[in-house]
Design a protein around this ligand. Structure first.
Ligand SMILES: Nc1ncnc2c1ncn2[C@@H]1O[C@H](COP(=O)(O)OP(=O)(O)OP(=O)(O)O)[C@@H](O)[C@H]1O
Ligand SMILES: [Mg+2]
Length: 619
């Protein structure tokens, strides 16, 4: 289950527009020069629009007025040429932008995915999983929409505004001034209304994120909700976020929809005023002729639209930039430290556990530049290890123990004592604050993570199965193993018989973390994974807790096979699993309070004895 510590996602304004834009720019890679082409094409499209309307006036005032058919033909053809070129440019930049933005999306998602894999576990402990998912979906999508649509449109609208302002000035300064007043009025209205739109849109987005989290939680917890008859409560809390969304989105739509009628009304008034005043100017001969009036009116008619477009697209871009900043913040999160220099090297092919130990070794760099090979044995030593998930709240205090080559060490203790924590430190899922963990005489801090983790086989407390066939899921621990090896491993883990009963046997597909299997079956598959893997250290975290007593006995036998010649660290609540360990460590509140063999501990009549008192007789 995800630990949800952080607050729901905030949809805010971008804080550093230039920096974010610059960083985004790098994602265009080698294709960034195409952006310059896009800008040129957009400018031409706008030019074709504005200049076309200007030319129209000229045609009327010269060719038509003077009844010059040759000039009329030439000007008409020129006009058609300008417009056709405009349409071609329009189509071209749209196509280029779509391709560019899709490749940015691809690159960004790729980087997000790689980074996601490289983050330390602590990051996932501290952050809302729904929020992380939204970087991959919502935020990337808004960015792509902005690139697809808004980047070019914003330049186009800007050029159209500038073009209209200039053309109007060319016709007549006074006529232009009247329209400028209207333009400023429209711009101010859009500016203030858009501020409101943004506010409610931001709220709406944040409520959508809340709805997503709620739905995710409801689906994951559906069994618990039903078991406790919490359907009504669950619906109520969903309804609360849904209502909050309704409120925000209604306001957001109200303000968005307000733009069109207000702008249309204002531009009607503007047009009426322009018609009257323009005609007065024409009648008095203050403008060249009817052509100039036509150009004037065409420009007046289309002067409001670019403002609307401009603000709309600026908004899209700001939202996208805020999303990009969230994505970049995520990408800037520190990845798992992997500064170790000691590597696990392969000296030959390994097909058995015995091979594995002799065919792999630690390659330790020496000061003189050479490397020394240290045999892979599987010995673990904890020296005064102190660790807390939050640095000043230690969960493990001064833990010391050793597990020699081939030994079986069991951890027991009450829930929350720190057993799982101890074993997650060996694979360096978390870094310790004090002490040392030594593996085959080498500090695990000095090992490369890849080799360290490859040399350990782990069955975690909660089994995770991936979407894929049963065979693929078992092979997860050793991708290149043969089908025969997979079946052998399944036999060792005692799951061969139930797999064969499934509709497609080993090729049965598992979906959604293998929820079409029982908990016990899922754990048996996890054991099969461990049986297939070769590493000399085996870590089992309560691997048998969900298996019935009859199967447990069988699995116990299989596990004995699995454990042979390996160093095993096992966490189990059942006496049968821990009984024949070389050493049993009893943990309480992050401290080892008792240690010894089963007999020694029972004789001691301490906590271990109390834990298994009575149970011992049952065995
Ligand atoms: N990812 C985490 N972030 C913060 N605290 C954690 C995390 N995992 C465990 N803890 C805390 O550390 C302590 C030890 O947890 P741990 O999982 O090691 O217990 P455990 O002995 O394995 O218990 P159980 O027998 O129930 O599995 C607990 O108090 C727990 O709340
Ligand atoms: Mg545990």
């Amino acid at each position: 289950m995800p630990r949800i510590n952080s607050s729901p996602q905030k949809y805010s304004r971008p804080t550093n527009i230039l920096k974010t834009l610059f960083r985004l720019f790098t994602y265009f890679g080698k294709k960034k020069y195409l952006l310059i082409l896009v800008v040129i094409l957009v400018i031409y499209t706008s030019f074709a629009n504005i200049f076309g309307s200007y030319m129209l006036g000229r045609v009327i005032d010269t060719a038509i007025k003077n009844e010059d058919s040759q000039a009329l033909l030439t000007s008409t053809l020129t006009l058609i040429g300008i417009y056709v070129a405009g349409v071609i440019c329009d189509l071209s930049y749209t196509q280029i932008m779509v391709r560019l933005s899709q490749s940015v999306l691809y690159n960004l998602r790729k980087e997000l995915s790689i980074h996601n894999q490289n983050l330390p576990l602590s990051y996932f402990d501290e952050h809302n999983h729904g929020e992380i998912m939204s970087y991959f979906t919502n935020d990337v999508d808004t960015l792509v929409n902005a690139l697809n649509d808004s980047f070019a449109n914003i330049i186009l609208s800007f050029c159209n505004i500038v073009g209209t302002v200039v053309v109007l000035l060319f016709i007549n300064v006074y006529l232009a001034l009247i329209i400028y007043v209207f333009m400023i009025g429209i711009a101010l209205f859009i500016f203030f209304n858009t501020k409101k739109c943004r506010k409610y849109f931001t709220m709406q987005q944040s409520e959508i994120a809340n709805i997503n989290s709620k739905v995710e939680e409801d689906i994951n917890g559906v069994r618990v909700v039903k078991a406790f008859n919490h359907e009504d409560d669950s619906f109520e809390s969903f309804d609360k976020v849904n209502k909050a969304w309704l409120n925000a989105s209604t306001k957001s739509f109200f303000h968005t929809q307000l733009n069109i009628p207000v702008i249309v009304s204002l531009s009607f008034i503007q047009f009426a005023v322009a018609c009257v005043v323009g005609s007065v100017f024409l009648v008095n001969g203050w403008i060249v002729g009817i052509g100039a009036l036509t150009t004037y009116l065409v420009n007046v008619r289309q002067s409001a639209q670019p403002f609307n477009f401009f603000t709309q697209h600026i908004n899209n871009i700001l939202t996208a930039l805020a999303g990009s900043e969230r994505i970049f913040r995520f990408l800037d999160e520190k990845e798992e430290e992997d500064n170790g220099k000691v590597e696990l090297v392969k000296l030959g092919d390994a097909n058995t556990l015995h091979d594995y130990k002799s065919r792999y070794a630690w390659s330790v760099p020496q000061e003189d530049g050479t490397t020394k090979l240290v045999p892979l044995k599987g010995e673990i030593v904890f020296k005064n290890v102190t660790f807390g998930y939050v640095p000043d709240k230690p969960v493990l205090k001064d833990i010391s123990f050793y597990a020699k080559d081939g030994q079986k060490i069991a951890f027991v203790g009450s829930t929350g004592a720190g057993k799982t924590t101890i074993i997650s430190l060996i694979t360096r899922f978390y870094n310790i604050q004090k002490g040392e963990i030594i593996y085959d005489g080498i500090n695990v801090k000095d090992m490369k993570l890849e080799g360290l983790r490859r040399s350990i086989s782990m069955v975690t407390q909660d089994t995770h199965l991936f979407t894929g066939t049963i065979k693929e899921n078992i092979k997860y621990s050793r991708m290149h193993s043969t089908d025969e090896e997979v079946i052998n491993a399944a036999k060792i883990a005692n799951c061969d018989s139930f797999i064969r009963m499934l509709p497609n046997g080993y090729d049965t597909m598992l979906y959604d973390d293998g929820h079409n299997l029982s908990e016990g079956q899922r754990q048996l598959l996890a054991l099969a994974r461990a049986a297939l893997s070769m590493p000399p250290i085996l870590i089992l975290d309560e691997a048998t807790s969900n298996i019935d007593t009859r199967s447990e006995k069988l699995v116990q036998k299989s596990m004995d096979v699995l454990m042979q010649n390996r160093t095993v660290l096992v966490i189990a609540h059942r006496l049968s699993t821990v009984k024949n360990s070389d050493a049993i460590l009893y943990l309480e509140n992050g401290k080892i309070v008792e240690r010894g063999s089963n007999d020694e501990l029972l004789k001691m009549k301490g906590k271990y004895y109390a834990l298994y008192e009575g149970k011992a007789e049952l065995e």
